[in-house]
Design a protein around this ligand. Structure first.
Ligand SMILES: [Zn+2]
Length: 499
């Protein structure tokens, strides 16, 4: 794949206005699928969660999953949407090799939720109001695995395998209206919007919301137009981007790619595009016109969805606090500065910090470990993934420090063993004997040994020159390979000087 020519980002923004639009698919975590009783479970043996309905055997009739409808209504209400009193499913006719029916059961002109909005904060602290056009229910397709090619894509593959376990899993697709006015922050806004959606569905408990498993995936539409122009430019739709970082990069890339083409008199082809994380680039998918004729028609096998006002109000009463309210509450509970808090949000570590504090750590200690050593380890790993440690283990590590059982240096060592799978921090400390030495006898012996080569230190301390103590403390720490309790060494030294 040849990398396209790109315009410098600042230059692109000087010449063009960016308009984005986002479609987010959320996989619901119902026990069963959207229209049948098969298990909705990730990671099972291929083609074990299937039945005549989800593999479309003749005569099989679907029925709507009540929990999926309720989850969809909750999502709609959380986005400030109206809920349709009467909504129908529709058939979207399309050949999907991994959806055996040859159509997808979706919603077309009667989505369950419509006309909402979501306030989204970008890293600069600015809040953008993103208008929501609709949220509709549909079913997921199965999964194809292409065998024999070098890239895992269909091109060059010898054959493909299909797993229908995911076929029929309930999805909610949330579609924004065109988003104007984000300017240079459009890529950050796209990522922050998806993060907010993820927070909402996770807070509602209606989705596992794990992007790496495809529970939340984003199609990002990008178009450019000359400043002041009324007509929207031709857009491209980058499909199924599945990490926040990739969304930001993909939008930025499309802005630069399209700007280069337009500035050189070219035209943008309306098409879907694929994002390649490794190359940091998008490539052309299939052409897509506004007039794609999916020959939608009302699904004759399903009755309309008609939630009563009582049901809608009962669901509204169960909504948890909004993400923006949760942030305000946590920021004030934790007492972080605005910058400290925003850094945590932007590092996508809010959940981890909240759980670590809930497990008993002080907020600043939780922040220090997640934003410091653990972030460093994550950055150094190939995938940039969050290290394999639980918030409870981080809280345990912080507690060991707070109780003086280990110091910072030992804690980093303990952490490395925890990440290597040797157990919890307390187990590692016990198994490897990594506790700080605060046994006075051992410390006094080490101090005396250090003093033997530095006889001036005691008289200096007696004269009140405390900086002299530093050399002895340093020597003791060195002699005991960092495991001495430095504060206790200092106390003992002062006691010895004052005898
Ligand atoms: Zn089934």
């Amino acid at each position: 794949m040849a990398k396209a020519e790109l315009m410098n980002y600042e230059q692109a923004l000087e010449q063009f206005e960016v308009v984005i639009g986002l479609e987010v698919h959320v996989e619901l975590n119902t026990n069963t699928k959207m229209f049948c009783g098969c298990k909705n479970e990730f990671g099972n043996e291929p083609n074990t969660n299937v039945c005549p309905i989800c593999i479309a055997l003749p005569g099989a009739l679907p029925a709507v999953n009540k929990t999926a409808v309720e989850s969809s209504i909750k999502i709609g209400l959380s986005l400030g949407c109206e809920i349709a009193p009467n909504g129908r499913f529709a058939r979207k006719n399309y050949f999907y090799p991994d959806l055996a029916k040859n159509f997808q059961t979706s919603q077309y002109d009667e989505p369950i939720a419509f006309e909402g909005s979501l306030d989204v904060e970008v890293p600069s602290g600015k809040v953008h109001t993103v208008l929501i056009e609709r949220a509709h229910m549909e079913e997921d397709a199965g999964k194809l695995t292409h065998i024999g090619g070098s890239t895992g894509r269909i091109q060059g593959a010898e054959y493909s395998l299909v797993d229908y376990n995911r076929a029929g899993v309930p999805l909610v697709e949330i579609v924004t209206k065109p988003v104007y006015g984000a300017g240079a922050e459009a890529p950050e806004l796209a990522a922050a919007y998806v993060r907010s959606i993820r927070e909402i569905v996770k807070g509602l408990g209606v989705s596992d919301a794990r992007m790496e498993r495809g529970n939340v995936r984003c199609d990002a539409n990008v178009s450019l137009r000359k400043h002041g122009a009324e007509k929207l430019g031709t857009r491209t739709e980058t499909k199924n981007v599945n990490s926040l970082r990739s969304i930001e990069r993909a939008v930025r890339y499309e802005i630069q790619r399209q700007a280069h083409i337009l500035a050189n008199g070219g035209t943008i082809i309306q098409e879907t595009r694929h994002w390649h994380e490794d190359k940091g680039a998008t490539s052309a998918g299939r052409p897509k016109s506004d007039a794609d004729d999916y020959r939608y028609f009302p699904e004759p096998d399903l009755v309309p969805v008609q939630p009563s006002l009582e049901l809608i109000e009962a669901l509204r009463a169960t909504l948890p606090e909004k993400p923006a309210d949760r942030r305000k509450r946590l920021a004030s509970e934790w007492g972080f500065s605005e910058l400290e808090f925003r850094d945590v949000v932007n590092a996508d570590l809010l959940d981890q910090l909240e759980e670590t504090v809930a497990a008993g750590a002080k907020p600043q200690a939780a922040r220090k470990w997640w934003m410091g050593e653990l972030a460093r380890i994550a950055n150094e790993s190939e995938e940039g993934a969050v290290p394999n440690i639980t918030p409870a283990q981080v809280a345990e590590l912080a507690k060991l420090i707070e109780d003086g059982k280990i110091n910072d240096r030992l804690a980093r060592e303990v952490l490395a063993y925890v990440l290597a799978g040797e157990g919890s921090p307390a187990e590692v400390v016990a198994a490897r004997g990594l506790e700080v030495v605060s046994d006075d006898g051992a410390l006094i012996a080490a101090i005396e040994a250090a003093l033997a080569s530095q006889p001036d230190v005691i008289p200096a301390i007696r004269e009140g020159r405390m900086q002299a103590a530093g050399q002895v403390i340093g020597a003791v720490m060195k002699a005991m390979a960092g495991s001495a309790d430095a504060a206790r060494v200092r106390e003992l030294l002062i006691e010895m000087a004052n005898k």
